[in-house]
Design a protein around this ligand. Structure first.
Ligand code: FES
Length: 106
């Protein structure tokens, strides 16, 4: 599958995702600016915060409690469509997913 990240300046970057990868892993593998992922995907840092495009929010699996709790400490404002990209496992159904980057991660 391929997913897109939209930067703050409006530019969008398409990223190819391998089977079983999280959105965060795909982003860091591509050296994408704007996802820090300091904890390496363990739902401990909140520096992989993204805003899920409205069209996709309802199509993602619900978040776990630890993700929910951690988002409270995200550097940028938490919005109803906030998620941790390391907790979004990309499946074929999520091909075309659009994620927007927050203004900051720390
Ligand atoms: Fe640390 Fe997602 S990479 S919480």
């Amino acid at each position: 599958p391929t997913i897109s990240f939209i930067h703050r300046d409006g530019n969008s970057e398409r990223v190819e995702v391998s089977d079983g990868e999280s959105a965060m892993q795909a982003a860091t593998r591509h050296g994408l600016d704007g996802i820090l992922a300091e904890c390496g995907g363990n739902a401990m840092c909140a520096t992989c915060h993204v805003y899920v495009d409205d069209a996709w929010v309802a199509r993602l699996p619900a978040m776990a409690e630890d993700e929910d709790a951690l988002l409270e400490g995200a550097a940028a404002e938490r919005l109803p469509n906030s998620r941790l990209s390391c907790q979004i496992k990309i499946t074929p159904e999520l091909d075309g997913l659009v994620l927007r980057l927050p203004e900051r991660q720390v």
